[in-house]
Design a protein around this ligand. Sequence first.
Ligand SMILES: *Cc1c(COP(=O)(O)O)cnc(C)c1O
Length: 391
Amino acid sequence: MQTPEEAAQALKDRHFDTKLIHFGAEIDPATGASSVPIYQASTFHHFDIYNPPQYDYSRSGSPTRQALEDYISLLEGGAGGYAFASGMAAISAALMIFSAGDHLIVTEDVYGGTYRLLTTILSRMNIETTFVDMTELDQVKAALRPNTKGVYMETPSNPTLKITDVGAVANWAKEHDLLTLVDNTFMTPYYQRPIEQGVDIVLHSATKFLGGHSDVLAGLAVARTPELAAQLKKLQNGLGTVLGPQDCWLLIRGIKTLGARMERSEIGARRLAHWLSERKDVEAVYYPGLPEHPGRGIHERQSTGYGAVVSFDVGSEERAKRLLNRVKLPLVAVSLGAVESILSYPPMMSHAAMPREVRLERGIADGLLRFSVGLENVDDLIADLEQALAD
Ligand SMILES: *Cc1c(COP(=O)(O)O)cnc(C)c1O
């Protein structure tokens, strides 16, 4: 018989693709069922008042959620994972580690919802933020203050796919006792595992690639150490922003095919990016897999793939809107990372709240579109874009 420690080690020793399928809870020990049961229960009976049950109330813990939380922790290589009602719920909970008077250094291309949380909610609680261009380590260093407590990264960033050197920032942060956080939504642990680069907390909008089917809203947080894991657990229980059992199950089901989906949609994204980059009527293409991408070298050191998101500039608002009205295949929507391709228009969607001058300064031009490549045949996607781009 294996001891529990030996069993845990055996799971960790497997290749990533095998972990996606055999993660420890893939067979229900009670019945042999081939998937994790959905425990649709809010509370748990105390059979013996002297020996409380393992789970006592579903906000504090539920077997279906536990299976998902152990799964993401295994995949990211952490000491504990936590599931939340949305990506923003996970990010909010993690940022509640900080206290009034603390200062954070955050990438200037941070996800819009995170920007809003920092500038309109945490700011009221006297947590200050300095936004910097994280492609420049010197800018990160220059933002350090006596009360700086954390550094928050997102790489590749949205929607211009800028690359932050995660290891370099994490090493510098460690010298100054700063907590490091990475939003790993775009890459997923299939392509990038920030904890291996020394990062303390990894965050996900699992709504995107992890769920993968545009049918569940969810967030995940993974801690590098048992101490940080205990802090996250306390915040999750205290804030109460947990993920329900049905959504936990949907997410487990989605993650099982993560490798196959990422691999396949990346092949499409590479073709699409290359095709776009050869067109005279496309002003710019942003994709870390293109040879001319300035962050390509750093990205290749810290990730094993380029991902499925390609942004491109068609030159004007008018042209972007015409294309959006003409495309037949992609969903024209906010969001990304699904089996179907999703085309979004950041100036009117994710970045609508940003003043135009600031938006342009960040490289988000009036004609910028973001294409999240799904699992369709890429020749069909290209043909569709071709007809939509025609004069
Ligand atoms: C969508 C997204 C979020 C927010 O997640 P929700 O699940 O929508 O709350 C955070 N970060 C990134 C990079 C995202 O794309």
